[in-house]
Design a binder for this molecule. Structure first.
Ligand SMILES: NC(=O)c1ccc[n+]([C@@H]2O[C@H](COP(=O)([O-])OP(=O)(O)OC[C@H]3O[C@@H](n4cnc5c(N)ncnc54)[C@H](OP(=O)(O)O)[C@@H]3O)[C@@H](O)[C@H]2O)c1
Length: 241
């Protein structure tokens, strides 16, 4: 029987590409997002309306689905790039609610079934922002550090169950709505982020997620970090005077 993959945030960017990538090899994909009408169409793709911030909806919706073999916790967002002292608290709450609370609620909903079946894979979308600080990264980076550590801690809890956990941590990726959402719909500001450089694409991430899931059952990729060649870490900053 073909495996079933649940992808959150499948109406755009990575999530849509991941849904298409799994569907292309015959996997049944349950594709969740708020803008359900934007989820890619496909014979093997079943769209489901879900706001991961709504704990009751997550429990009820996932509880009514068939057995999930792979959960891709991709729904997430960055909002704002202001320094912490000027940042909008509602933006911070939105990132915490989506990237942290939403992700742990979706995970908690699938884990008992995976453990009972002795197999399953939770693949979380972290970010290089969870490891490397940058100005304005404040809460966004902290949510992704949470995702990374939650993933590693899950591995400890799931020891001996056969359930796998991976944190995929991309750097800059263009062609998604990530920067548009971060800058409140400002298309020029969003486009400027990728000006003059070659970033990763959603298909690069989908290929990585698919590869991670395709490893033999005895192999667990704990974390995988990927960046465009054009991006690397900078030096420490020193304030003088
Ligand atoms: N692009 C990058 O450079 C980059 C780098 C590293 C990590 N990431 C991470 O990768 C993931 C996907 O990013 P992306 O670049 O593909 O961004 P995107 O194009 O903006 O896609 C984000 C997806 O998340 C969904 N989403 C947001 N809030 C949601 C909610 N409350 N409930 C359900 N779904 C929700 C959106 O769907 P709806 O609005 O329809 O609900 C959308 O499908 C995010 O976790 C992001 O933090 C992105």
């Amino acid at each position: 029987m073909s495996p079933t993959v649940l992808v959150t945030g499948a109406s755009s960017g990575f999530g849509a590409a991941i849904a298409r990538r799994f569907a292309a090899d015959g996997t049944t994909v349950i594709a969740a997002a708020r803008r359900v009408e934007r989820i890619p169409a496909g014979e093997r793709i079943r769209p489901v309306a879900l706001d991961v911030r709504d704990a009751d909806a997550v429990r009820e919706t996932i509880g009514a689905l068939p057995a999930i073999d792979v959960l891709v916790n991709n729904a997430g967002l960055a909002k704002g790039l202001e320094p912490a002292q000027r940042a909008d608290l509602t933006d911070w709450d939105d990132m915490l609610d989506t990237n942290c609370r939403g992700l742990v609620h979706c995970t908690r909903a699938v884990l008992p079934g995976m453990v009972a079946r002795g197999r399953g894979h939770v693949i979380n979308l972290g970010s290089v922002a969870g490891t490397y600080p940058y100005p304005g990264g404040n809460t966004y980076g902290a949510t992704k550090a949470f995702v990374r550590q939650f993933s590693l801690n899950l591995r400890s809890d799931l020891h001996g169950t056969g359930v796998r956990v991976t944190c995929v941590e991309p750097g800059m990726c263009e062609g998604t709505e990530f920067s548009l959402v971060r800058f409140g719909g400002d298309t020029d500001r969003a486009a400027a982020v990728y000006d003059g450089m070659r970033a990763l694409t959603a298909d690069d991430i989908a290929g990585t997620v698919h590869w991670v899931a395709a490893q033999p059952p005895h192999v667990n990729v704990n974390t995988i970090e990927l960046m465009p060649v054009a991006q690397s870490a900078g030096p420490f900053q020193v304030h003088r005077g």
